[in-house]
Design a binder for this molecule. Structure first.
Ligand code: ADP
Ligand code: MG
Length: 277
């Protein structure tokens, strides 16, 4: 049974993603009596031959991520190099990801009620606001990177693509899924905090409609709709106010999109936030 860094013992493979493979592990140095607390996720990212300066960059970024501490962000615990891999250890979220949860509702022909959507949406906004105020962008927001733990949603892989930006190998292979990419990213005009806002808008749509906001038979048709197409309408079950917020988040021009800070001041959102705490 594989053990990384003399400390993290393999329990099972969770799955393979863009950046590498995720494993459920047991932290052998975990001291508390709460046994579930010893379960962590170890992500093994194959980096091939890292240049020494790239290794330093990656370790430096990882150290920054460890300082981030927010209830709706998957906690970053550790990172190290293991052979040809860069390993990242994070909190384990046993509730699975939002993509699975949405697929489940879709299969049973159910829609989430607006209160549930708002609880999750507001938590996502708080997490994004927290990160953006620390000048960290996510760059890969998607339902598969949002996890459920009890009734809390947590954003995972925050800043991971930033760690990998410095690593030449991975920067070029970072393609990701196109569904959540903003027009400016597709047009190679640069990624910025408004691009994360766009992605959260796409996720809001998916929580309501259980489908991608922009979909098509091919990559090209999805990309074309993102850049040129009108955003879809939320199902009529949801309020006018929520639908208006969604439309603001999917403005093609990034300057017209609100920031996370501005979104949190909109009455529907600030009102919901007041009821949550
Ligand atoms: P991707 O984000 O491209 O799906 P990942 O490597 O991030 O790839 O994840 C691979 C699998 O592991 C996914 O099924 C995901 O749901 C699961 N996973 C990743 N991180 C966690 C975590 N912190 N807690 C629970 N499951 C996770
Ligand atoms: Mg992921």
């Amino acid at each position: 049974n594989k053990i990384w860094a003399n400390r993290y013992q393999l329990v099972k493979k969770l799955g393979k993603g863009n950046f590498g493979t995720a494993f459920l592990c047991k932290d052998l140095r975990h001291k508390s009596t709460d046994q579930d607390g010893s379960l962590k996720v170890l992500k093994e990212i194959s980096v091939g031959d890292l240049q020494p300066d790239e290794t330093v960059d990656a370790m430096h970024e990882a150290r920054l991520l460890r300082q981030l501490d927010h209830p709706s962000i998957v906690q970053f615990h550790d990172s190290f190099i293991d052979g040809e891999s860069f390993c990242i250890v994070t909190e384990y979220c046993e509730g699975g990801d939002l993509d699975m949860k949405i697929a489940d509702y879709k299969k049973n022909k159910k829609l989430f009620d607006e209160k549930t959507v708002m609880d999750w949406f507001v938590q996502l906004l708080l997490a994004v606001h927290y990160m953006h105020s620390r000048r960290v962008l996510h760059r890969d927001l998607k339902t598969r990177n949002i996890f459920l733990k009890k009734n809390i949603v947590k954003i995972g892989d925050f800043g991971i693509s930033r760690i990998l930006m410095g690593t030449t190998d991975l920067a070029s292979t970072f393609t990701g899924t196109p569904y959540y990419m903003s027009p400016e990213v597709l047009k190679h005009e640069g990624y910025n905090s408004k691009s994360d806002v766009w992605s959260i808008g796409c996720i809001l749509y998916e929580m309501c409609a259980l489908d991608h906001a922009f979909d098509g038979k091919s990559l090209m048709s999805v990309m074309y709709k993102i850049v040129e197409g009108d955003p879809p309408e939320l199902p009529s079950k949801y309020s006018r106010e929520l639908s208006d917020i969604f439309k603001l988040m999917l403005k093609k021009e990034q300057d017209k999109r609100p920031t996370a800070t501005e979104l949190l001041k909109i009455p529907l959102i600030s009102g919901h936030l007041a009821k949550m705490s």
